[in-house]
Design a protein around this ligand. Sequence first.
Ligand code: IMP
Length: 423
Amino acid sequence: MPVRVVVGCQWGDEGKGKIIDLLCALSRIGVVARFQGGANAGHTVVVKSEKYILHLIPSGILHPNVQCYIGNGVVIEPDKLLYEIDLLESKNFQVRNRLAISTNAHVIMPYHIILDKSKESNPNLFIGTTGRGIGPAYVDKVDRIGIRMMDLQSPDLLREKLALNLKLKASHLKRKKVNLDKILQDYLAYGERLQPCLRDVSRLINEDITAGKNILLEGAQGTLLDVDFGTYPYVTSSSPIAGGACTGLGIGPTKIDDVIGVFKAYTTRVGEGPFPTEFLSYFYTERVREWGKEFGATTGRPRRCGWFDGVLARFAARINGLTEMAITKLDVLDRLATVQICTGYHVDGDCCRDLPTDLAIIRDCQPVYEELPGWQQNTTNIREFDKLPKQAQIYLRRIEELVDVPLRLVSVGSERDQTIWCK
Ligand code: IMP
C-alpha cells in the first residue's frame, strides 16, 4: 500500500485540502498525517455544500475510518486545536479517538504571536505573515528553548522553561502584558485536555507503514514558501516540500512511494515577495480574485493573482521529485477570452528556464508568455477529460508538457465530485 505525500507547488492555497479529502473518499486511506506549519494554514474542504476550514487537524478527519496524525514538524496553537476539535465534535465527527499528536511537536505560546506581530509592524522587517506566531515558534525550536507538547504535562518544567523564555525575550516584550502564571495555568489546562491524544507519532506511522496501510502525508503552504528553497526571506519558517515529510514525521525517505504536486490553474500569493507572473491589470486581478474567491482562509486577506508560471512549476517538480500532478480551479478561468502560460524568464536579455536562486533576479525578470485562446465555456459540470472544451485540454496538456510530470486529476469546483481523473 502506498505512502504518498501531497505538496503545494506554488505559494500555498493550491487546494490541497480538497485533494486529500478526495483521496480519502476514494482510496481507502488509513492515515493522514500533517508534517509542518501550524495554524497559518487553512485547508478548505467542501462536503455536500458545507464548508470546513481546517487549520491544524489533517483534512482526513472528515472520514470516519481515517486516523489523523499531527507530526513533530508542526507547531501547535493548543487553544486553536482544541477549538477545532470541539467544533468538529459538535458536528458529530469523532475526533479525539482518531487524532494522535506528536509529543515532540512544538507549542506556539502567546509571546510568539506578540513577537510575530511586533516584527511585522516594523516596515524593514515586514513579510506579510499570518501573524500566528509561526516564525518565532520555529526560532525557539532551533534555538533549543522551545516548549513541546510533552512539556505541558510537567508543571515544574513548564514553569522553568517559561521563566527562561520570558527572561530571554524581556527586551522584545517590554511593553506587552505577558503574565507567566496566567500562561502556565492556561497551558497546563490545554495540556490536560490534549493529553489523551499525545503519542510517539513517528513510531505509530512507521508501524502503520509496516502494516501496509494506505497513508497520505499532508503538506501545508507551498514549495515557494519553503524556508530553504522558497523566495527567501518571503517564506514561511518550515519545510513544506516533500523532504519535510520525513523530518516532520520521523519516517525515512525510502518509505515514500509517490509525491503528488498540487497546482492551481493560475497562480496566487498572499503577503509580500516577488511574483513574476502577477497580473499587471486590475481587470484580471479583480475578476480572478472574485471568481476564485481568492481571500486567505486564515487571515481573509485578498490574494495576489497571476498567470500560471511554468518556471516555478518545473522547479517545484524537481525539488519535490513529483511523480504526478493535480491541477485545481480550472473553472476559474472559464470566462477568459485568452489565457497565458509563463514558459521562461527574460533576465538581462537571456531567456532563463530555471528558477534563479537570487531573489533580486526573480523580482526584476520579465516573464515570457505563451498566449492561448480561452474556452469560454462552463467546465464545472464536466467529469471526463475528453469532454472538456478543446482549448481547455490544450491548456492543461501544455502545462503537463512544461512541468514534465503526468497529470492525474483536474478539479473544476470545490465539491468532491467536481473532479476529472486523467488517463
Ligand atoms: P507565516 O507562515 O505566518 O510566518 O507567513 C510567512 C509567509 O507565508 C507569508 O507570506 C504568508 O502569507 C505565507 N503563508 C503562510 N501560510 C500560508 C498559507 O497557508 N497559504 C498561503 N500563504 C501562506
